[in-house]
Design a protein around this ligand. Sequence first.
Ligand code: EPZ
Length: 418
Amino acid sequence: MKNKLILDGKQTANGEVRISGAKNAGLVIMAASIMAEGETVLDNVPRIRDVDVMLDILTEMGVVCRWNEDQSLSICPPTGNIDKPTPYELSKKLRASNLFLGALMGRQGEAAVSLPGGCDIGTRPMDLHIKGISALGAEVSLEQGNIYATAKQLQGARIYLDFPSVGATENIMMTACRVPGQTFIENAAKEPEIVDLANFLNTMGGRVRGAGTDIIKIEGVPELKAGRYAIIPDRIEAGTYMVAAAISGGTVLLENIIPTHLHPIIAKLQETGAHIEERESSLLVEGSADIRPADIKTLPYPGFPTDMQSQMLALLCRADGTSVVVENVFENRFQIVDEFKRMGAQIKVKGMSAIVQGVPQLNGSTVKATDLRAGAALILMALAAEGRTVIEEANYIFRGYEDIVNKFAGLGVTLTAE
Ligand code: EPZ
């Protein structure tokens, strides 16, 4: 498997790029598909390594999965209970494996799920997931690295999330779908991927209301039916290509996007001097020769997304002034700064803040990806750097960016995978 990306800077991103389906909507909806009897067909699922791993886990669980001629994905769960715990060797590869907790609870009222893995950007506990599922009547225990949840009788409940956790909101939504009575999730996550999951559950006959707001109401239904559903476009992949235009002074047209999902990113990029034209399902981004500094605070949606923090940090390394970036969602998401410094960036990290002094020039170097989004940010740095950049641990990038080498080639950028 290729694990290195090479880019000889400077290169300018110019052209059109079609945005793929959202990784963080596709992964949870693939898990949720096991809650319905029959064949679920999903459109716009991205061909990325995280999806491959989720398919491996589903197959281990006895679920029949198939890519169809029309590029849709079919998921057919078995009849009867799924008893085997999700396999540790696969679950440790991604955070989304923890979503089988809610999917299995929603399917059969019991679950055995290996503790997840995923990007090392913080401790990433599961306490809110467990609090929510326990409130619905489940007995949850942790044994040998597995979470076991069983329930004699699940009952609707009112659950308050101390933090609007995306995964915890998703696991509670799925668990509550077939629980008698009404469940309310307060201080729920409001990300577009939460709305996509709610829409998917409702196409299966679920009764989920209020997704995208602070309070989600779920009324239990006796059963869910398989159907066909198209995943929303990936707002973080889109944001990454928007920054590619901004940092390299190029002009990029992004096709297949939902503009409202990108508003926090559009606003920030305009502040740094990029010119952006919104169209119905596309966006034109023109990078400016002069990149202005900007301060950023990452927050749960609709705040500025933490998954775009590393990419914006790269852009601010080239601004003509000082910027302050505050990471409020994860406690350890500045690891990439050391790699940026190898390319000439001037950044000081103090606790949850990074102070970025823009520099007139970046230089290519051998660097390594420390997580999925940080890896993508290294490509953006390499675009603006003089000389060759070799990105190691590039497998992180392939986890979440579909066909990235060809997409950059379509923008006139030569990126070589080795
Ligand atoms: C999802 O992770 C995404 N992953 C992440 O995207 C994204 O960064 C994150 O949401 C925030 O938007 C998937 O959807 C597969 P959280 P998740 O639970 O659900 C704390 C990417 O690059 N927390 O909202 O794990 C947690 O420690 C990835 O695509 C608890 O304290 O995020 C963190 O500080 C990276 N207890 C904060 O909440 C809990 O029980 C946000 O976590 C759960 C979370």
